[in-house]
Design a protein around this ligand. Structure first.
Ligand SMILES: Cc1cc2nc3c(=O)[nH]c(=O)nc-3n(C[C@H](O)[C@H](O)[C@H](O)COP(=O)(O)OP(=O)(O)OC[C@H]3O[C@@H](n4cnc5c(N)ncnc54)[C@H](O)[C@@H]3O)c2cc1C
Length: 479
C-alpha cells in the first residue's frame, strides 16, 4: 500500500456500528471529478474519504491534455475573444445532436465561472486559450494537469480529507428504505465495509479499459486504440446499474481521431493538425470526411477506412504552428518520436508513408482548388474548425504526413443524474444517498463530446455535488 494511505479507522467519526468506520461522504475515484468533489466537501467541513483503486491518483484526468472549456474568463478577455454562455450552449447542443440533457448543460453553464475562479484560487494556471473540437470560439483553457491534480490533492489533505490508494470499491450498501449507506471495499488487507452518512459519490471514470462493456455497448470501438486510465473499467457504472440506475448515451461512444498507431502509455499522443489546416486521407490517398467536424465524428469516420487508418497531410505553414508541450498541437515532439513523415514533394511523401502517390497528388490539387473558391469542396469543408478559420492551400514544401488512428480515450456515457448529481433510477427517481459525477455519467454530452468539457464537467459537478451534500447534511464536525 502507498505511503499516502492511512488506516481507515484512524480518523473517523464513530456512529452506528462501532466496527464500521463512518464518514459523511465517501468519494470513489481520484480523477478531476473525485478530487474536486472531495476537496470541496472537505472544505465545507464534511468528513470525507476518497478511495482510489490504483496505486496513484489521477485516472484519465492525469493522462489528459489538460484543456478545460470555460467562457467569460480573464484569459479570453485578454485575447479579446468574443464568446458567450449562449454560444457555448449552442455548441454543446449541436455536437450532442440535441440529445443532451439540457438541465445538466444549464448547470454547467451556471456554475462554470465560479468553478474556474475556484480552480484559480487553488493555484491552477491557465496558460493558453485555443479553439478546438466542436467550438465556435476559442474556449479551451490549457493547464499543466498533473499540477492541478497534485494541488487539489494537497488542498484535500490540508482540509482534513483522507485518501486510501489501492482500495477498490466493489459494492454499494443500502438500508431497508433503499438509501445508500456506504460501500464495500477491497484492499490488500481484505474486504471492509465503510459507512457514508450523507452520501457516496461515484467518480470512477469511464470504461475505455473494459473489453466486456465495450463489447456490450460499442463493439465497433474495439478496433480503436484502447486508452484512458488503467482503472477505468466501468466499476461505478456496474455498481449503480446493479441497483437499477438509468443509463444514457450508451450508443454514442467514440474514440478521438489523431493518434499514431504506436501511441504509447508514456507520451499521450494526439495531434489535431486538421484544425490548423491539414486534410485527412486514407491509404488510397482519398479524403473521407469534412475535417472541420468534431474529432469524435472523425474518430468514427476513420474506423471504416482501410486498416482504420488516416493520414493528416499538411505543409510547412501548418508545421510552423506547432507548440511544443501543448497537447493537440505538438508536432515537434511527434517528429522527435519519428512519427511524422516529411518530404519535399507530395509524391515522395506518399511513397514514404505508404499512400497511393497519384491519388494523393490529385486529392491535394482538388482541395487547393476548392480553397481558392474555384470549385466546391468535395466533402463540403468551409472552415478549419467548426465554422471558424480560413482554409489555406497545401502548397508550401516541405510536406508532412502523420499516420493516425482513433484513440479510445474516454466513453462519455453512463449513469443518469439530475442537476445536483444525484443518480436516477431507470424510472427517473432519485436513488437516495447516491451521487455520480465525471465520465461515469451520461446525458451531458449527448451524441458527442467537445474539447475541454470533460475536465470542465468533472470540476463543475464536483463542486455541485459537494455543495448539495453539504447543504443537505448536518455533519457532526460542521462549524
Ligand atoms: C489522452 C487523453 C486526453 C484527454 N484530454 C482531455 C482534455 O484535454 N480535456 C478534457 O476535458 N478531457 C480530456 N480527456 C478526457 C478526460 O481526461 C476524462 O474524461 C476525465 O479526466 C474523466 O475524469 P473523471 O474524474 O471522471 O475520471 P478519471 O480521471 O478517469 O478518474 C477515475 C478514477 O477512478 C478510479 N476508480 C475506478 N474504479 C474504482 C473503484 N471501483 N474504486 C476506487 N477507484 C476507482 C480510477 O482508477 C481513476 O483513478 C482526455 C482523456 C485522455 C485519455
Amino acid at each position: 500500500m502507498s505511503s499516502a494511505s492511512h488506516d481507515i479507522r484512524d480518523r473517523t467519526v464513530p456512529r452506528g456500528d462501532p466496527d464500521i468506520p463512518a464518514y459523511d461522504l465517501v468519494v470513489v475515484g481520484s480523477g478531476i471529478a473525485g478530487l474536486t468533489a472531495a476537496t470541496s466537501a472537505a472544505e465545507f467541513g464534511l468528513a470525507v474519504l476518497l478511495l482510489e483503486k490504483t496505486e496513484r491518483i489521477g485516472g484519465s484526468s492525469a493522462m489528459s491534455g489538460g484543456w478545460f472549456a470555460f467562457t467569460g474568463t480573464d484569459e479570453q478577455a485578454e485575447a479579446a475573444i468574443a464568446d458567450s454562455a449562449e454560444l457555448f450552449l449552442a455548441d454543446l447542443l449541436e455536437a450532442g445532436q440535441h440529445r443532451n440533457d439540457r438541465a445538466l448543460l444549464e448547470t454547467y453553464l451556471r456554475h462554470q465561472h465560479k468553478t474556474y475562479r475556484w480552480l484559480k484560487a487553488h493555484g491552477v494556471v491557465f496558460d493558453e486559450v485555443e479553439i478546438s473540437s466542436g467550438q465556435s470560439a476559442p474556449r479551451s483553457h490549457h493547464t499543466a494537469i498533473k499540477d492541478v491534480l497534485a494541488g487539489l490533492h494537497a488542498a484535500f489533505t490540508a482540509a482534513g480529507g483522507h485518501i486510501q490508494l489501492e482500495h477498490r470499491a466493489t459494492h454499494l450498501r443500502r438500508d431497508c428504505s433503499g438509501r445508500i449507506t456506504g460501500v464495500t471495499v477491497e484492499s490488500a488487507d481484505g474486504q471492509h465495509q465503510i459507512t457514508a452518512r450523507a452520501g457516496v459519490a461515484l467518480a470512477t471514470g469511464g470504461f475505455s479499459r473494459s473489453t466486456e462493456l465495450l463489447s456490450t455497448f460499442a463493439p465497433e470501438q474495439l478496433t480503436a486504440i484502447p486508452y484512458g486510465g488503467k482503472g477505468n473499467t466501468g466499476d461505478g457504472l456496474r455498481m449503480a446499474w446493479r441497483l437499477g440506475a438509468g443509463l444514457a448515451d450508451m450508443s454514442c461512444v467514440s474514440g478521438t481521431f489523431g493518434s499514431h498507431p504506436d501511441t504509447g502509455e508514456d507520451f499521450h499522443e494526439l495531434l489535431t493538425a486538421y484544425y490548423m489546416g491539414a486534410i485527412i486521407v486514407n491509404k488510397l490517398g482519398r479524403r473521407f470526411v469534412d475535417e472541420s467536424r468534431d474529432y469524435k465524428s472523425l474518430g468514427r469516420a476513420v474506423l471504416t477506412q482501410p486498416g482504420a487508418l488516416g493520414f493528416e497531410i499538411f505543409d510547412a505553414k501548418v508545421r510552423a504552428q506547432s507548440r511544443r508541450g501543448v497537447a493537440l498541437k505538438d508536432i515537434d515532439t511527434l517528429e522527435d518520436l519519428g512519427h511524422v513523415h516529411r518530404a519535399d514533394t507530395l509524391d515522395e511523401l506518399a511513397t514514404q508513408a505508404g499512400i497511393d502517390p497519384a491519388t494523393l497528388t490529385d486529392t491535394v490539387s482538388r482541395y487547393n482548388c476548392a480553397v481558392t473558391g474555384a470549385a466546391p469542396d468535395d466533402l463540403g469543408r468551409t472552415s478549419l474548425c467548426h465554422g471558424v478559420g480560413q482554409l489555406q492551400p497545401i502548397d508550401t514544401p516541405p510536406y508532412f504526413a502523420y499516420p493516425a488512428k482513433s484513440l479510445l480515450t474516454s466513453t462519455y456515457c453512463g449513469l443518469t443524474i439530475n442537476a445536483h448529481g444525484q443518480v436516477l433510477d431507470i424510472d427517473g427517481e432519485v436513488i437516495d444517498g447516491l451521487y455520480a459525477l465525471g465520465e461515469v455519467t451520461g446525458g451531458f454530452h449527448g451524441a458527442s463530446y467537445i474539447t475541454g468539457t470533460s475536465l470542465g464537467k468533472g470540476a463543475v459537478f464536483g463542486r455541485v455535488v459537494a455543495q448539495h451534500i453539504a447543504a443537505h447534511s448536518r455533519p457532526p464536525n460542521s462549524p
